[in-house]
Design a protein around this ligand. Structure first.
Ligand code: ASP
Length: 372
């Protein structure tokens, strides 16, 4: 598909500067007040330099690509994740890094999905957005966008100094500091598949309870290098483009009834369930509950145990209330988020038909989404 693109910063003359492809998908970020009605409407993103003239001061090339259909991220779909991944793959040689402007509501799902789809990713893919539209005076859009661009374009100065000796670094365009899928928001850089939206009103919308922040942006941007995935120049980028939508999330609550559990577990064609359990992975020990789950597992449905707690981890077998889950073949999601768990299920179910192999893959980290 041919996408509409606009280049900015064409007047700069420095050689060897970084190039960033910005993909605009929609969300609150790009809203402005319409003078006649006073309502918030999406603005023509090609005019972003008029709204953010400071973009012109950045010392790298920026190209803006707008998706044909701008969406509120509540309308995000797996097909758009694959489209985003394909845009990144098609432009992988031409650009050093990627920034995705996205609604905050499902940003953590998209970041998680992309981390599983983009196999062998070796360049920054930074998602950001805003809690207040760019057309509002107090908007957080400006800081989030500019800093996300700075992070996307950040290269390891040691690699720049030794660039002449490092053919791979030259070939790739210097070593990026953060060669992975991340969410940048309100001064924090988070690993994408560890992030969750935790706040809908304050600016600190995202958290990563089970993994340290990858960077903190204050007067300077301080990178937490030991926790950032290392640069691996030898890997080619390939995509996992088949995602199976036959998955669901079953959140437990005290008093959940047999008809509720059965109606979910017996959804036609269902292949995977993220089971949101209590505390360290605990669930009711009622016979009907365990039998219903066991019947599903026996007919090939994968059940992935994720805690309802934001922090901590599932430890199946620690309590008696999780021991039986282990025995019937529920897979522990350890310290994974629900967003990463459901997208990991979709992606792996799209690749793998054998339930035993699938269980093995689910239980092991694919790209830093969990500590097993
Ligand atoms: N509903 C919006 C979205 O996710 C919220 C936002 O962008 O912050 O697209």
């Amino acid at each position: 598909m041919a996408y509409k693109t606009v280049r900015i910063n064409l007047t700069l003359t420095q050689s060897l500067r970084q190039s960033v492809l910005v993909i605009y998908t929609g969300g609150t970020f790009g809203m402005v007040y319409e003078p006649q009605t006073g309502q918030l409407v999406p603005f023509d993103f090609d005019q972003v330099v008029d709204r953010l003239p400071e973009l012109k001061r950045l010392t790298f090339d920026i190209t803006l690509l707008t998706l044909p259909n701008i969406i509120d991220s509540s309308n995000m779909k797996p097909a758009i994740w694959v489209e985003l991944a394909q845009i990144i793959q098609d432009n992988y040689r031409q650009y050093d890094s990627f920034v995705i402007l996205h609604g905050t509501d499902t940003m953590a799902y998209t970041a998680s999905a992309l981390s599983f789809i983009l196999v062998g990713l070796n360049k920054p893919v930074i998602l950001t957005g805003a809690q207040l539209p760019i057309g509002v005076a107090r908007s957080d859009a400006r800081e989030n966008f500019i800093t996300a661009l700075e992070i996307a374009a950040a290269v390891d100065t040691a690699a720049v100094d030794s660039a002449a000796l490092d053919a791979a670094a030259v070939e790739e365009g210097f070593r990026p500091i953060v060669p992975e899928v991340c969410v940048y928001f309100n001064s924090l850089l988070l690993r994408g598949n560890r992030s969750t939206k935790r706040e809908s009103v304050q600016f600190n919308a995202f958290a990563s309870e089970n993994y340290p922040h990858l960077a903190t942006a204050g007067v300077s941007i301080d990178y937490n290098r030991p926790f950032i995935r290392p640069w691996q120049p030898d890997q080619p980028l390939t995509l996992r483009t088949v995602l199976d939508p036959n998955v669901t999330i079953l959140k437990l609550f005290p008093g959940i009834t047999q008809p509720v559990v059965e109606s979910i577990v017996n959804i036609p064609n269902l292949r995977g369930i993220v089971l949101e359990t209590f505390g360290a992975g605990n669930a009711p020990t009622d016979e009907w509950f365990l039998d219903t789950l066991k019947r599903a597992i026996d007919r090939g449905v994968s059940v992935f145990n994720v805690s309802q707690c934001e922090g901590g981890r599932v430890t199946q077998g620690h309590y008696q209330t999780s021991q039986q889950l282990l025995q019937i073949g529920v897979v522990s999601g350890a310290d994974i988020t629900t967003e990463a768990a459901i997208t990991k299920l979709m992606v792996l179910l799209g690749q793998e038909r054998d339930p035993a192999r699938l269980r093995t893959l689910l239980a092991q980290p694919l790209c830093g989404e969990m500590n097993d």
